[in-house]
Design a protein around this ligand. Structure first.
Ligand SMILES: Nc1nc2c(c(=O)[nH]1)N[C@H]1C(S)=C(S)[C@@H](COP(=O)(O)OP(=O)(O)OC[C@H]3O[C@@H](n4cnc5c(=O)[nH]c(N)nc54)[C@H](O)[C@@H]3O)O[C@H]1N2
Ligand SMILES: Nc1nc2c(c(=O)[nH]1)N[C@H]1C(S)=C(S)[C@@H](COP(=O)(O)OP(=O)(O)OC[C@H]3O[C@@H](n4cnc5c(=O)[nH]c(N)nc54)[C@H](O)[C@@H]3O)O[C@H]1N2
Ligand code: SF4
Ligand SMILES: [Mo]
Length: 854
């Protein structure tokens, strides 16, 4: 369809969309901006310069900023720039904090020192895959054929198509797949709830939202049910006070979790803390702390924990005083009156209800850990105080993963290791509540017309309308649209590379061809982008003004100014949505969406962004969080750090002062009140029954299932040290430090006739990938490890030459919403198929796009 026809269609359709918008906005009269189009400025003059003579440090301007990713942490980056080019990146050295001096690195105010990824950022910023101009697809989806178009054309196409889709298919036709690529800022936010896209589509009146979170939906469910909050985290420094640290599916040396976790764990080690690792692989964290490694079959953790609970109860090692005071449903004595006929946890463990005592011997058969080791660990944990059972998220990223986290919380509670310094109630591990939003998100916030489990969009598209609500985890609605299956016809990706990162990519490929509009907003050409119709170039966090938020832990804010001008024609997400709002709904939509801006915001953003940020700082941070630093001083220093008299420990107040937990009963709910009272599971977003006390539930595939006859390996896909999911995949500096490879045990390798460096194929019914093998004793037999996040690179038969595990994962979520990323059986064999590191095709993609004569 030509642009002119699209424009005409837009003006014709606008009345309708404006009317429906007005209903929710309840605003004054709407006028379409004259012509509906904004005149675009010509591209800025190139600001390149020669590197001769190379500028010395004292000639460079220094700007404090930080990374913005969903990387497990948040650190300071210091950009050293020459004119408009960043020539070097360094990090915190203590001088930027208040009262700080060069080199300051105390326990109270540690430096926020960046990792290798952050320090390599320059290569990502100036990479060949940088998306510099709006593009339109001219080939098949996934083929990678695009042509450059103007912003004016791109925005018109998107605006027109949005209106057309909404008019034709109704308010659920566009699915919001915004995610955490930029959620750790206060203004330019991407995420499922507070994000800019969600608010934009909600106000437009067409949005199916995606409610489950890949990271830890099983874990958040557990924390909410058990503690009534996901803020069950201690601040990092609390780890230094533990006498026993059980790293359960936790590898902070690779997978970052908080700012300075490793430093405080080292401190604990120096003070004599013992370390244990429960994980199918012997990790670098275990090596660093000389941990006792307990290899466990993946997705059987809840069984092992049940075995530990059995030992603790039968040897009367539980902290009964703590249980009686703080727990609901741990045993017969802590059952509430209304639940007297329900099951309690202790009797479940002792086998009263199903005739199966969950003894260490029983557990051993399920999880593969010798009973004597289960007993030894249970004994250590029950007798050492304070002890931290850090139950990380990966074992919960599994079928019935929520049961693992609920079981872990039961152990933490029965040993009285909650609310005390050196103990641990994590779980989610969120350690504070930042003031997280600087734009008027509270107005028209999180409006959606249906909401589904995030990894079920393809299932919904492929089976529409013959889909049962429980298959897609449809969220309950209070109006007459409850139960309506969304008719999805378009996808928006903002701050996500979800085509590459969600489960079962082959199913996504099948589904995407049924869609009429796929928009990818990114600063990089990504695998997802190759499946989009329109690519919109987004300014990175170096090219717009914001404030950085820590990642679950770390009490600080980092100022993130515009360090350089946006590259190419890139714009911030906020600019794009604001301009789209003006195009679709004139001044009414435009102003309501971005009240501090005028229509020229698409070209001039600085004063508007700063106005939001200043207001946020003054009214929220200074007012609510009692910060006495002014906005201007914050801007000048670049960082504000909160300090405390004592380490922050979750639930300290509840345990020391008897404050209520935020659950219905005010107690730690081993028996979850909310779950025990649900009668119609199909009408909940869970769809299927979830036990109201923690239980062992057999997963749909594991090393114990008959399917191992066909697929003998259990694949886990942890997070890579050298990438943030898919981000940095194209960074050659980081690539020098690793290889995307599948790790297998030496005895398995022998059976397969494979040695380190051999190319193997890894496959199951969902798909096939090709990678080199890494053979070691550090991974238990029967298990294969393949890190998530590599950019898919499919051959003509749909085999991924790069080795992305999501070609093999299953899009079957657990009832509580946990993505079952680590519940995967597969087989492995030596192969002649081609392996490619996964970025070579894309590395040339820009040239390949621009040189195309179209
Ligand atoms: N097999 C397997 N798969 C997994 C996992 C696993 O354990 N195993 N883990 C899952 C988990 S926990 C997660 S969180 C997901 C992560 O999945 P994603 O969130 O899709 O992963 P990222 O690679 O971080 O993608 C973020 C994208 O946002 C872009 N971006 C960054 N800043 C901005 C911005 O300001 N605006 C816009 N528009 N874009 C921006 C980046 O360039 C990048 O392409 O992966 C999941 N996938
Ligand atoms: N460097 C880096 N750090 C990151 C990220 C990143 O992409 N890169 N991503 C961030 C994000 S968004 C998230 S969600 C977190 C994820 O944080 P986690 O979920 O804690 O991390 P993972 O790396 O998935 O897994 C940690 C360990 O769990 C083990 N494991 C896997 N399955 C099982 C199981 O069934 N049982 C047991 N006992 N162990 C198992 C793995 O072998 C691995 O050693 O990490 C954050 N930190
Ligand atoms: S851990 Fe994250 S925030 Fe810190 S430097 Fe690395 S990528 Fe940046
Ligand atoms: Mo995540």
């Amino acid at each position: 369809m030509s642009i002119d026809i699209l424009k005409k269609n837009l003006s014709e359709r606008l009345n309708l969309s404006r009317r429906s918008f007005l209903k929710s906005a309840a605003a004054g009269s709407a006028t379409l901006a004259a012509g509906g189009l904004v005149e675009l400025k010509t591209a800025k003059e190139a600001k390149a310069f020669a590197y001769e003579p190379y500028p010395t440090d004292d000639q460079l301007e220094t700007v404090v900023t930080s990374c913005a990713h969903n990387c497990g942490s948040r650190h300071m980056l210091v950009a050293h720039k020459w004119k408009d080019v960043i020539v070097r990146l360094s990090t915190d050295d203590g001088r930027y904090q208040r009262g700080g001096h060069f080199g300051k690195d105390s326990n109270d105010e540690p430096q926020l020192r960046a990792c290798l990824r952050g320090r390599s950022y320059r290569q990502r910023l100036y990479s060949a895959e940088r998306l510099l101009y709006p593009m339109m697809r001219v080939g098949e989806r996934g083929e990678g054929k695009f042509k450059r178009i103007s912003w004016d054309e791109a925005l018109d196409i998107v605006a027109n198509k949005m209106v057309q889709i909404k008019d034709t298919y109704g308010p659920t036709a566009l699915v919001d797949q915004s995610y955490a690529g930029a959620s750790y800022g206060v203004l330019h936010k991407s995420d499922q709830i507070e994000g800019l896209l969600g608010r934009f589509l909600g106000m437009f009146g067409c949005r199916t939202s995606s409610w489950s979170v890949p990271s830890y939906q099983g874990t958040t469910f557990s924390s909410r049910m058990t503690f009534g909050t996901i803020e069950d985290g201690n601040e990092d420094d609390a780890f230094a006070h533990s006498k026993l640290m059980i790293m359960w599916g936790w590898n902070p040396a690779y997978t970052f979790h908080g700012g300075n976790t490793f430093m405080y764990m080292r401190m604990a080690k120096q003070r004599g803390c013992k370390f244990v690792l429960v994980d199918p692989q012997y990790t670098d964290s275990a090596a660093a702390y000389d941990a006792w490694w307990i290899p466990i079959r993946p997705n059987t953790d809840a069984a092992m924990m049940a075995g530990m609970a059995h030992y603790i109860f039968t040897n009367n090692l539980q902290d009964q005083g703590f249980i009686n005071k703080f727990c609901q449903g741990m045993d017969a004595g802590t059952m509430p009156e209304w639940a007297k006929d329900k099951e309690n946890f202790k009797d479940y463990i002792l086998g009263k209800y199903d005739g199966e005592p969950k003894t260490p011997e029983w557990a051993s058969k399920v999880c593969g850990v010798p009973a004597k080791d289960i007993i030894k660990l249970a004994d250590m944990y029950a007798r050492t105080k304070p002890a931290a059972l850090k139950a990380s998220w990966a074992p919960g990223r599994n079928a019935y993963g929520e049961q693992y986290n609920r079981m872990a919380a039961a152990l933490q509670a029965m040993t009285g290791n909650i609310g005390n310094l050196g103990g641990c109630a994590e779980g989610v591990g969120k350690a504070w509540h930042a003031e997280a939003v600087a734009y008027p998100y509270d107005q028209y916030s999180n409006i959606w017309f249906q909401s589904i489990k995030s990894d079920r969009w393809a299932h919904c598209v492929l089976n529409y309308p013959n889909v049962k609500r429980e298959e897609i985890g449809l969220w309950q609605r209070e109006d007459n649209t409850d139960g309506q299956i969304p008719n999805i016809k378009g996808i928006f990706w903002q701050g996500s590379d979800w085509f590459n990162q969600l489960t079962n990519i082959n199913k996504e490929i099948e589904a995407i061809n049924k869609l009429e509009l796929v928009v990818c907003m990114d600063s990089t050409i990504t695998p997802s982008g190759l499946y989009a119709d329109i690519l919109l170039p987004i300014a990175t966090h170096f090219e717009r003004h914001d404030v950085a938020l820590p990642w679950y832990k770390g009490h600080y804010y980092i100022h993130r100014p515009k360090v350089i001008e946006p590259m190419g024609e890139s714009k911030s997400d906020f600019q794009v949505f604001t301009e789209l709002a003006y195009r679709i709904g004139g001044d009414v939509f435009g102003k309501a969406y971005n009240p501090k801006a005028n229509r020229d915001y698409f070209h001039v953003d600085e004063h508007v962004d700063e106005a939001y940020l200043r207001e946020w700082w003054e009214q929220k941070v200074m007012h609510h969080q009692h910060v006495d630093m002014s906005w201007d001083e914050f801007k000048q220093r670049g960082v504000y750090k909160f300090t405390f008299d004592q380490p922050h420990v979750a639930f300290r107040d509840q345990v020391e002062n008897g404050t209520r937990f935020q659950t219905p009963s005010g107690k730690i709910e081993i028996l979850a009140t909310q779950l025990a009272q649900i009668t119609d599971w199909k009408r909940t977003m869970y769809g299927y029954e979830i036990p109201y006390i923690p239980k062992w539930v057999e997963p749909w595939e594991s090393l114990n299932s008959p399917k191992t006859a066909k697929y003998p390996f259990h694949l886990v896909s942890p997070h890579p040290r050298w990438r943030t999911h898919s981000i940095f995949n194209n960074c050659s500096w980081l690539r020098e430090t690793y290889e995307q490879e599948v790790t297998i045990n030496a005895s398995d390798a022998k059976k397969l006739g494979v040695k380190t460096g051999d190319t193997v194929e890894v496959w199951n019914d969902r798909g096939k990938v090709v990678v080199p093998a890494y053979v070691t004793e550090r991974c238990m037999p029967g298990v294969a490890v393949l890190h998530e996040g590599v950019w898919i690179d499919l051959d003509e038969n749909g085999v991924d030459r790069a080795g992305n595990p999501d070609m093999l994962t299953l899009d079957e979520p657990s009832p509580a919403g946990a993505f079952a990323y680590n519940t995967v059986l597969c087989d492995i064999q030596k192969t002649d198929l081609e392996h490619r590191p996964g970025w070579d095709k894309l590395a040339t993609s820009r040239a390949h796009v621009f040189r195309r004569d179209l």
